[in-house]
Structure formats: C-alpha cells, structure tokens
Ligand binder design. Sequence first.
Ligand code: SF4
Length: 335
Amino acid sequence: MFVDSKPNLLLQLDGKLPNLALMRLSAFLKHKGETVEFRRISSPLMLEHGLFDHEWASVYASLIFERTKPVAERLRQIYPDVILGGTGWDRRVRLEDIGVTTLDLDYSLYPKYPHSIGFSQRGCRLRCPFCVVPEKEGRIAEERPIGEIWRGDPHPRNILLLDNDFFGAPGWRSRIEELRAGDFRVCFSQGINARLLNDESAAAVASVRYSDDDFRCRRIYTAWDNRKDERSLLTGLDSLVRHGVKAREILVYMLIGYWPGETHQDRDYRRRKLREFGCLPYPMPYVRTPELVGFQRWVVRRADLCMSWEEYSRARFRPEHVVRPSRAPLFDIFT
Ligand code: SF4
C-alpha cells in the first residue's frame, strides 16, 4: 500500500468545541498509516501566514457556521484541492463520501480537552424552519450508548452530548440509566426541547448530573424561539423546576430577528417572561444588526436588570457609555 510521506493538513475553521468530523477523519488517516497536522484557524489572517511552510498530502477543512464561508473561500484560493465540509459549507457532504469508515475519534487533536464528546442520538422530532438539523441529520436514530462515548479511565466521567433531541430517541431511558449508574456528569450541549418535556422526562433530567459545557456548573440549555410557544415552553420549565432543577440553572436561548415583523416589544416580552421565571435568557440574533446585537448584549450582560432599553439604546448599546449622576460609568468591567 502506498502511503504518502507528506502530512495531511486538517483545519478547524470555527467552533469552540472539538470537531467530531475532523477527529474521525484524523483517526481514519492514521489507521491508514498517514500522518496528520491539525490547526485551528481563529482568524482569516492565519491563512495568510503559516500554512505555506509545508507540502501537504491533502488539505481538509471543516466549518460549522455559514458566516465562516469567506474564510473557506479564501482557503480554496490558496489550496484549490482542499476538501471542505461541515454544516457551514455543505450539509450534504458526509465523511463516508470521502471514504471515511471508522467511527473512532482521534482525541489527540485536542490534547487539553479532557471530556468525552459524542452523539447518543441523531435527528429531531420537530422541523423548525430556521434549523438545519432535520435536513442534516434526518429522522431520529439511536447513535451510541454512554459507555461508548466515554473515553474511559483516567478521563473524567464527563459526557458532552451533541444530541439535538435527546428525548426523541426511543432509547433515552437506557441512556439516562447509564448516566446515573456510571455517575457521569452530562452536558446536553445542544439543549433539550422544553416544549416536549413531560413529567417523566423532566424528572429524568433532574435525576442526572447536568452541567454546562465546561463542566463547571449545573446548567440546562433550552430555547424559546417563537413567542407562540409560550404555553408549552413555560409548562416544560415548570415541570423541570417541580422535579428539582433550579430556575437559575436553566439557560434559555431566544432566537431574535428571524420572524417577519418581529418588534422590540416581541423580543422584550420573552426576555421579561424568562426573567420573571428566574432563568437566564440568552438572545441569539439571526442577523447581526447593531440593534439585535445590542439587545443580546443588554440581556447577556444583565444590563437589563438595572437600566431600561431606552437608556441602553441611547448609549449606543454600550453600557460603559452610560454615565450616571456620580459621573462614574455604570459598568466599569464591560468592554
Ligand atoms: S427543535 Fe431544535 S433541533 Fe429540532 S428542528 Fe427545532 S431548532 Fe432544530
């Protein structure tokens, strides 16, 4: 078998979590006896420096967000044969299409990442119009049990799940049992769908060691994207709290700027309801206009708790521009 002595270059163009596709690709190439060099591109400028220092057998790059496309385009100018993939590039491209057969993950790409990451299921029961998951992942399917996602000793018993609909898979009760029996901490990093929770699934959430994605604090992620879902969302949140989850442990992403005709009042209504409930609203602008990004900053930095939107807007969405009578900026710590 011919093995190219030149290394393969694997590039992660965005995303803060380890990139599962690149980890699989790396494992596959190494199984074939090839060598791999991995780099994270945190700024487009990095493409202009430092990639030309080698001859590569092949160049692969993965991007999650469409906003990273210009970086990928630039990369293609530099390496016309680059193999690009990921949700941000083309949802239809699969690793299997380029011959990758292994499910093994090469964690050596992320030597400082101690946790275990993977999917226990794929797909989602719903089809929200703004979401790529139904097209990308298709119907609900089981993926891996928890014991297969965990890397084993001496790694911490921390499982970061990338599932988009954990409770949509028929085997969820077994996964919960595995998490409990193994005393794992689990991060439902893509969120659980609070609208579809019932007493049984809410109790199941409350019964595991749910965590944020750094495994530093108790956290449940969920979303309220459409004001029309108010009733089912609040019923789900109520259910979580009734079974022992603290409201302040629930972070609720709010899609803003997507629905036609959405007004500031619509956004603010959801924000207020979530604050009243005691959980953490986290607006996510669909388009990054100054007003929407300002709204996000107003809420995420908790400025909404101490100054009105009108005051904040007058300060051009920058709390450090607000000077109160003492003449001291209101928020010294904000940049
Ligand atoms: S519930 Fe979440 S994962 Fe499912 S389609 Fe809607 S946004 Fe996507």
